[in-house]
Design a protein around this ligand. Structure first.
Ligand SMILES: [Zn+2]
Length: 49
């Protein structure tokens, strides 16, 4: 599970608490806290772009 503050592989990640999606790409390479609930746990969404 990628950690907040890390640079995981590019893709869309989903907060496991509130389902908020965050994008990690070349513009936003660092996984940040969930903008909705300040959650720190995300899972990568596979093939769901
Ligand atoms: Zn959240």
């Amino acid at each position: 599970m990628p950690l907040v503050g890390s640079k995981p592989e590019k893709g869309i990640y989903k907060c496991i608490v509130c389902d908020q999606k965050v994008t990690v790409d070349y513009r936003n390479p660092i996984l940040n806290f969930c903008p909705k609930c300040d959650g720190i746990n995300f899972i990568k969404m596979e093939g769901d772009f």
